[in-house]
Design a protein around this ligand. Structure first.
Ligand code: URA
Length: 239
């Protein structure tokens, strides 16, 4: 990416004024002043403006443990937006990867890597998501059997359950890969169960681990690489 574009994207100044900032020698790349605003930089360069380092991760991907009562939206609407829970320095950069209902808790991803985001959302890539579910009445063996076949969830849509693990009379873990609107509630609803609690506990290879409810953290490099690979992208190509 060009240096002037990078600096204006990081909010250092507008693209026009950035050229002046660079020409006046206020910008250093890897310890040396740079005057060429068209210089190509990548995620390995250390960029400093007026003595202050500018964050230079080429992309930022965050995992959130979403609490109940927050909306998967960019701005507050009927409920506060999950963006309120994102550290301020990342808030303008990242976008949501899919959505969770207001009353659903658990693993929500946010990234500014648009290609990654689009691929993760595309059912073609079949990224599995696992949910822990609490229902309002006894989970029957007939239900366990029924979800092994495709399920007509209405509005011309058919859901496919990759795995169902019944934990006890009222709790189960269910894995799907299509990301249809209200998919889990519609699957259970089809068999007359109300979903009382819904928590996403895994997204592809990612799990919540020790992340507290309401908190956000950057993915580790290993997690990011594995997420990229799950949609046939390479870390080196993202720099
Ligand atoms: N399925 C649902 O019904 N709700 C969610 O929030 C996620 C999946």
């Amino acid at each position: 990416m060009r240096l002037d574009r990078f600096l204006s994207m990081r909010g250092v100044d507008s693209r026009k004024s950035i050229k002046k900032v660079i020409r006046s020698g206020r910008v250093e790349v890897d310890g040396k002043p740079v005057f060429d605003f068209a210089m190509e930089i990548n995620g390995n360069n250390r960029i400093v403006v007026d003595g202050q380092e500018v964050e230079n991760d080429p992309y930022v991907t965050l995992m959130m443990n979403k609490p109940e009562g927050y909306m998967s939206s960019m701005v507050d609407e009927r409920y506060p937006s999950v963006m309120n829970l994102v550290p301020e320095r990342y808030r303008k950069r990242v976008r949501l990867v899919g959505r969770l209902d207001n009353d659903t808790t658990g693993l929500l991803l946010l990234t500014d890597n648009g290609v990654l985001n689009a691929r993760l959302a595309n059912p073609k890539h079949g990224i599995q998501k696992t949910y822990r579910v609490e229902v309002n009445h006894l989970l029957k063996p007939s239900f366990e059997e029924a979800v092994k076949s495709p399920i007509d969830i209405g509005k011309g849509e058919v859901a496919h359950v990759d795995n169902l693990k019944v934990l006890d009379d009222y709790h189960a873990e269910i894995t799907v890969h299509e990301g249809k609107y209200h998919e889990i509630k519609r699957i259970f609803g089809k068999f007359s169960y109300d979903v009382i609690k819904l928590e996403r506990i895994a997204f592809g290879s990612l799990t919540l681990g020790e992340l507290e409810r309401g908190k956000c953290r950057l993915l580790t490099k290993e997690e990011y690489v594995s997420l990229l690979e799950s949609v046939h992208m390479k870390f080196e190509e993202q720099l």
